[in-house]
Design a binder for this molecule. Structure first.
Ligand code: PPS
Length: 292
């Protein structure tokens, strides 16, 4: 393991616009807030651990007509920069994006209320991916353990409490998924679900193509399905984050299980009852529903 600079060795979260965020990300907030989007930017927005990397690789391959050699020229986190990402010893994503050729594909985990205004002004297309709250909690816990930009997660029970309180990077899951769900009524947003992508990836890729106004041949579709399967991405160093600093994959791999329902191996009966009650309250004011 490399020695980590202090600023990226489990720094405390900081608040931006009321939302907790990874400490060093907050230090670059002014540049994020004033980021200038362009009308041809495509934004991929998610709450963490909801299928961001998966949909990013699919979109990258669509735009390159299934040309894997092109898509493999850099790691996915370089091809689809993470808007709010910034840290010691690395250029911030805003610096990278400001120099990047157009059109750009950009990743964000920001809540809808703190997204830089220019994305709305320029009417950018947004692909949002949501995943059920319990599987996200489990995936996020393991991610906190292996990615040192986050505070120490503590035990699973302690992490679950922090998650329910929204005291984790990017805040409450419910605020995120509900906020973006509501925004889709007035903006150009395709709202996808991780569980639907698992169930029928071809159908979901077709939705993406329609939204992006792209056409691909059957042959290219087959290639994309093959290259973006969980196993293919887990074994692909350009997709599995093995080249990203500040992560220890021996604690937990970034590409962990890639399934739905893993929460059943983590939640105790008591935790599940407590979570279900909390969930009922959090989701009482929306028609957004999930498959657990
Ligand atoms: S991040 O850090 O927020 O960008 O993480 P994100 O990419 O959103 O989510 C990581 C989880 O997505 C799973 N994953 C996949 N599942 C199925 N198929 C494919 N191709 C795929 N690629 C990534 C990944 O394994 C993480 O989920 P868990 O439950 O931890 O395995």
């Amino acid at each position: 393991m490399q020695t980590l600079p202090d600023e990226f060795n489990r720094p405390p979260l900081k608040l931006v616009g009321g939302m907790p965020i990874i400490g060093p990300f907050a230090d670059n907030w002014e540049n994020v807030e004033h980021f200038q989007a362009r009308a041809d930017d495509l934004l991929i927005s998610t709450y963490p651990k909801s299928g961001t990397t998966w949909v990013s690789k699919i979109v990258d391959l669509i735009l390159n007509k299934g040309d894997m050699a092109e898509s493999q020229k850099a790691a996915i986190f370089e091809r689809v920069p993470f808007l709010e990402c910034s840290g010691p010893g690395m250029p911030s994503a805003t610096e990278i994006l400001n120099k990047q050729d157009f059109p750009r594909v950009i990743k964000t985990h920001l809540q809808v209320d703190v997204l830089p205004k220019s994305f709305w002004d320029k009417k950018c297309k947004v692909i949002y991916v949501a995943r059920n709250a319990k599987d996200v909690a489990v995936s996020y816990y393991h991610f906190y353990r292996m990615a040192f930009g986050h505070p120490d997660p503590g035990t699973w029970d302690e992490f679950l409490n922090s998650y329910m309180e929204g005291n984790v990077a990017f805040g409450r899951w419910s605020t995120h998924v509900k906020g973006w769900w509501k925004m889709r009524q007035q903006s150009d947003i395709l709202y996808l679900f991780y569980e639907d992508m698992l169930e029928d990836p071809r159908r979901e890729i077709q939705k993406l193509l329609k939204f992006m106004k792209w056409e691909i041949s059957d042959e290219v579709m087959e290639k994309i399905l093959k290259y973006t399967s969980f196993q293919a991405m887990k074994n692909n160093p350009m997709a599995n984050y093995s080249t990203f600093p500040f992560m220890d994959h021996s604690i937990s791999p970034f590409m962990r299980k890639g399934i739905s329902g893993d929460w059943k191996t983590h939640f105790t009966v008591a935790q599940n009852e407590r979570f279900d009650e909390y969930y009922r309250q959090e989701m009482a004011d929306t028609d957004l529903t999930f498959r657990m």
